[in-house]
Design a protein around this ligand. Structure first.
Ligand SMILES: Nc1ncnc2c1ncn2[C@@H]1O[C@H](COP(=O)(O)OP(=O)(O)OP(=O)(O)O)[C@@H](O)[C@H]1O
Length: 247
């Protein structure tokens, strides 16, 4: 994906300004920065999740495989199928584990029981949850632990085979063991799906990403190889942030 000179306003308030960044296939990009600097706004601009916010204005372009996703003739529902999203709090539906994962496929019109069963198994395997739930697929998704629920939401996002997966602080409500499982998962998944992950946790960014972008006051200050950003940042603000001087 590529964002070029992207700015987002909420009414009169400018949340991000002139963000230009490339997200490369098979790489995880971590977005870090202090609270309110625009990370989530930028993330939600990558799959038009912001469209429903009243008074929002998006300027600049976002391309997916070279196609502008904000073009007038583009259906945002199809964009969201290609660019999936996982949120801070896991949000399983009050349905069975199976139906939670099958949901997006059914919405897309898939009715074939065998195809659904294969797709659900594949998504649960990719989300490293299959072995824990394979014997209780018809139980409610709400009965899983917090970490399992988050992996269920990841499976649900993966079931429609998105090209990109956006993750907005996916571990912030999880304990350290559940967090480690999701981090391992992100590290594995990037080989098959491009990942953009917002995190407050710099160790997490260092563990799961190949590239890191630092946002500050609505601007992308710098983006580069994760190891470089954390050891030799080019900008003073980045250095101050990663060394804990603010944020
Ligand atoms: N729906 C909205 N309406 C109005 N202003 C908003 C809305 N969402 C975010 N903002 C504002 O836009 C700015 C950027 O917010 P955003 O949530 O993108 O930052 P963030 O870096 O993700 O913060 P955090 O790490 O705390 O989640 C903030 O000043 C915020 O108050």
């Amino acid at each position: 994906m590529r964002a070029t000179d992207l700015s987002v306003h909420y009414g009169a308030k400018k949340a991000i300004t002139g963000v230009t960044i490339d997200v490369l296939e098979h790489e995880s990009l971590a977005l870090i920065g202090p609270s309110g600097c625009g990370k989530s706004t930028f993330l939600r601009s990558l799959n038009r999740m912001n469209d429903t916010v009243e008074g929002i204005r998006v300027e600049g372009t976002v391309e997916l495989d070279g196609e502008p996703i904000y073009a007038a003739d583009v259906d945002p529902v199809l964009v969201r199928r290609r660019v999936g999203m996982v949120f801070q709090r896991s949000t399983p539906f009050p349905k069975s584990i199976f139906e939670n994962v099958a949901y997006g496929l059914r919405i897309a019109g898939q009715q074939n029981a065998r195809v659904l069963a294969e797709s659900v198994e594949r998504a649960l395997r990719r989300a490293a949850l299959w072995d824990e739930v394979k014997d209780r697929l018809s139980d409610s998704g709400m009965g899983l632990s917090g970490g399992q629920q988050q992996r269920l939401c990841i499976a649900r996002a993966l079931a429609v085979e998105p090209e990109v997966l956006l993750m907005d602080e996916p571990c912030s409500a999880l304990d350290p063991i559940a967090t480690a499982k999701v981090e391992d998962l992100v590290s594995d998944l990037r080989h098959s799906v491009t990942i953009v992950i917002v995190t407050h946790n710099m160790q997490q960014a260092a563990r799961v990403s190949q590239k890191t972008g630092f946002f500050y006051m609505g601007r992308l200050v710098e983006v580069g190889d994760t190891s470089t950003i954390f050891t030799r940042p080019r900008h003073r603000e980045t250095e101050d942030y990663i060394t804990g001087r603010f944020g």
